[in-house]
Design a protein around this ligand. Structure first.
Ligand SMILES: Nc1ncnc2c1ncn2[C@@H]1O[C@H](COP(=O)(O)OP(=O)(O)OP(=O)(O)O)[C@@H](O)[C@H]1O
Length: 803
């Protein structure tokens, strides 16, 4: 907010007097405020304190309800005074009045106090509030006092509305007033603003309200509002109505044509609001969210919920398939165990059978043995030689019988052992089955837990990325650094008085430039790289990042980006850092691939192949920009990076010798594609780190070029101008950013849009003879710096109009 001269600040008044005057001023403002409230709220009798409390409550309620009319924030010093009773206020006011009268007698204060009182005593306050919309989005609420338009300034209280602001915005609730020409608003017969000649404005018919004016506010996220003449406020236009504006209908249609599966216009409209009304971005976002399910949805009548459901079903199907496979394995194991069990049962039956047979045989043999024994006893009594022979035979039979008995006993023992083994095996199988059941249950439980942990992990890693990104956005998505090269021919026209400011003295004409950081000639390569470190981490988190070096030939761009063998520049250091972070994150599998391109005379050349194809074309789908056929080499270590880069450099030198050109006449781009798959959550992230050493920025007139050199200079001029136009469009928050005006900006589109982060080095030479180029380079950097500072810091809160 602009600062204005304080009329009360007379230097001749001593501090105490000045404090008293301020005190009187605030009391007066409060009385004035009470008058306004009395007009707005219900009138309470002053004589009854209880009534007055009630009235005050009513007044406060009225203020809360009628937010658009209030100009006094509750937390301001005046707002706090509202908490005291009117009676106390009046007593205090009387005391102060007496003190002021006392001070008025003092000759040096008389003049100032009288001046103040002449303004404050006459409380002729118009209760018509007007809203003035500054083009930076700030809304001022004004009212008229003694014919002067006043407004409430946070620091100074109620002061006249500054003249200089009239040309920087418009009054938007002009009912009952004659519009000023400077307002730039056409009005209909009711005095309501109708059309501004601007693509952000439109009009819309609302039943009961008639035609209302709409305006898309340039906030961080653009929002379409309509002008409600009843409340004198800009209210958010409901989605259903907003989609009928010409401006939005065409964009909704564009998204609809690209993604026919989306049929809910309201959801498309809501997405457009969030994407700054950029249909390309909406298409990319939908692709990123729904991917396959968006392509697979052939029915053409799905909405978000169905698509989310479709995707969830696909994922759940996969989980179920996995579990089914595990279950089948377990069932196979179970069948095997059952077969084993069956085999053992059969064995047991066989053995039982054999045992029974043997037992039978033993019983028979025992019976036979008994018979033989009885016969022997009988024959012993009649002792003949023939009988003794028979006796011998019988003894032999007895021996064999004893042997059989022994065998059968052993068989019995075996049988018992077998039974015990079978019993053990059966109980073991039972235990195994129980264990199997427990394992399956545990598996189900851990699967569930795993799912929960996975979801938690996914949410937390997303939150971490978002917080880091928010931090980066607060610092600025585009950071601009100025680097002055080391040079013996250093003049005294450059002054570095802080590490953010640089002053150029051009024959007494001094100009100051401010950047995120200024690197002095003595700064090392490490110091310079430090500035780019935070955005490298963003690249690993899935944000596109680019680092550019801009400046005239010889100002140190290549030294900054490529560096030397001993003192490597930003290129090597940033890729090295990126690989380090990738390795640190064990849970995510990263693939990093490098490409090297040269843009010469608006043609693309692949530097990683010999006699590189100069017919490479750029393709874009939504915001995805690709170069089909471009070589990509996977890099894992610093050695890989160095090898790949020196190969590209070699091809570049060969090509430039062949074509009789200088490498400084072309833009060099090193692109590192980072692809990460989170092994826990399965989230896939892709991002690119683009490192760009731009061609020398000197003007054509300075190079005095002709023929081929003139063509080169014109091509460089075209691409650097296009780069400037892109930055200007970003600075103005334009709905259209002309990325496709040159190959350079087209390739840089993903790194200069959305949540991408960029670092721009403006390289300058300290040599006095280059002062012209130095100033134009600093101006270029300074214009980008304004985007860097402006965009994330823009926080235009509007208490009258809600979020
Ligand atoms: N900060 C520095 N410290 C030491 N030497 C430097 C520094 N900056 C540049 N130089 C030296 O100055 C010379 C020119 O620098 P460089 O080639 O990087 O300029 P350039 O802007 O890339 O020029 P071109 O557009 O022609 O490629 C080189 O020899 C380089 O080593």
């Amino acid at each position: 907010m602009a600062k204005f001269d304080n009329n009360c600040g007379d230097e001749s008044v001593n501090d105490l007097t000045f404090l008293m005057i301020l005190l009187v001023f605030f009391v007066r403002v409060y009385i004035l405020y009470q008058a306004v409230l009395r007009q707005m709220g219900s009138g309470a009798s002053k004589s009854d304190p209880a009534e007055r409390h009630k009235a005050r409550d009513n007044e406060e309620k009225a203020i809360t309800q009628n937010g658009s009319a209030s100009t006094l924030p509750a937390n301001s010093s005046i707002g706090k005074q509202m908490g005291q009773s009117n009676l106390e206020d009046e007593e205090i006011a009387e005391d102060i009045e007496q003190m002021v009268q006392h001070f008025n007698k003092s000759p040096e204060t008389t003049e100032v106090v009288t001046g103040m009182q002449s303004t404050l005593d006459t409380e002729d306050v118009s209760l018509t509030f007007e809203s003035f919309l500054h083009r930076n989005g700030t809304l001022y609420t004004c009212f008229t006092q003694n014919g002067t338009r006043m407004y409430f300034d946070d620091e100074k209280g109620i002061v006249p509305f500054p003249q200089e602001l009239y040309s920087e915005g418009n009054f938007i609730n002009t009912q009952n007033q004659t519009p000023k020409k400077s307002d730039g608003i056409k009005q209909d017969i009711n005095g309501v603003p109708s059309y501004l000649e601007n693509e952000r404005t439109s009009s819309f018919y609302i039943p009961g309200k008639g035609m209302v004016m709409t305006y898309i506010f340039e906030e961080r996220t653009n929002v379409c509002r309509y002008f409600d003449s009843e409340s004198g406020a800009w209210l958010i236009l409901p989605l259903l109505w907003e989609m009928n504006l010409d401006f939005t209908t065409s964009r909704v249609q564009q998204v609809k044509e690209a993604l026919p599966a989306l049929t809910d216009y309201r959801e498309i409209m809501a997405a457009l609001r969030l994407c700054n009304y950029d249909p390309d971005e909406v298409i990319s976002v939908f692709y990123a969210i729904f991917g396959d399910s968006l392509e697979n949805s052939t029915s053409g009548n799905q909405n978000f919920e169905q698509m989310f459901l479709h995707r969830d079903i696909q994922e759940n199907k996969k989980i179920i398939d996995n579990l089914n496979e595990k279950l089948q394995n377990r069932e196979r194991e179970l069948v095997n165990l059952r077969l084993k069990c069956q085999y053992l049962e059969e064995e047991k039956v066989n053995l039982n059978h054999r045992t029974e047979n043997l037992n039978k045989k033993i019983t028979e043999l025992q019976a036979e043995h008994e018979v033989h024994l009885q016969e022997a006893v009988r024959t012993e009594k009649s002792d003949t030689p023939f009988q003794s022979k028979e006796k011998t035979v019988l003894t032999l039979k007895k021996e064999s019988l004893l042997n059989i008995l022994q065998e059968s006993r052993e068989l019995n023992v075996c049988n018992k052992q077998l039974r015990a083994v079978t019993k053990n095996a059966l109980s073991e199988i039972g235990l195994h089955l129980k264990h199997l059941q427990n394992t399956t249950e545990n598996m189900d439980r851990s699967n569930k837990e795993m799912e929960e942990i996975r979801a938690l992990y996914q949410r937390e890693s997303l939150e971490r990325k978002m917080l880091y990104n928010q931090l980066q956005e607060l610092r600025g998505n585009i950071r601009v650094f100025c680097r002055c090269r080391r040079d013996d021919k250093k003049g005294d026209h450059l002054e570095f008085f802080t590490n953010e400011d640089i002053l150029v003295n051009n024959n007494g004409n001094k100009k100051k430039f401010r950047f995120d950081q200024v690197f002095l000639p003595q700064c090392s390569q490490e110091d310079v790289f430090e500035g780019t470190l935070p955005i490298i981490k963003s690249c690993v988190d899935g944000y596109n990042v680019c680092i550019l070096a801009y400046g005239q030939t010889g100002s140190g761009k290549t030294y900054t980006m490529m560096g030397t063998e001993q003192k490597p520049g930003v290129n090597i250091r940033s890729i090295r850092e990126l690989l380090r972070i990738c390795q640190e994150r064990e849970k995510i599998r990263y693939t990093t691939k490098i490409s090297m391109l040269e843009i010469y005379n608006e043609t693309l050349r692949d530097l990683l192949v010999q006699n590189g194809n100069s017919q490479l074309e750029i393709r874009s789908q939504g915001k995805v920009v690709t170069v089909p056929g471009m070589t990509e080499i996977e890099v894992l270590t610093e050695e890989d990076i160095k090898k790949t880069m020196s190969l590209g450099e070699k091809h570049r030198t060969v090509a430039s010798t062949k074509m009789n050109t200088e490498s400084s006449r072309s833009h060099l781009m090193v692109i590192l594609h980072v692809h990460g798959v989170d092994s826990i959550s399965g989230v896939v992230s892709t991002a690119a780190l683009t490192l760009c050493d731009l061609a020398g920025s000197e003007r054509i007139s300075k190079t005095e070029a002709t023929g081929q050199r003139l063509m080169e200079a014109a091509a460089i001029n075209k691409s650097l101008t296009a780069l400037g136009q892109v930055f200007t469009a970003l600075k103005n928050n334009s709905l259209h950013v002309p990325y496709r005006n040159s190959k350079l900006t087209h390739l840089l589109q993903p790194s200069l849009s959305g949540h991408a982060k960029a670092c721009v080095f403006v390289n300058i030479s300290p040599d006095m003879k280059n002062i012209g180029e130095t100033i134009s380079t600093l101006q270029f950097g300074s214009s980008i710096q304004q985007i860097a500072l402006g965009k994330p810091m823009q926080q235009t809160t509007n208490v009258n109009h809600g979020p």
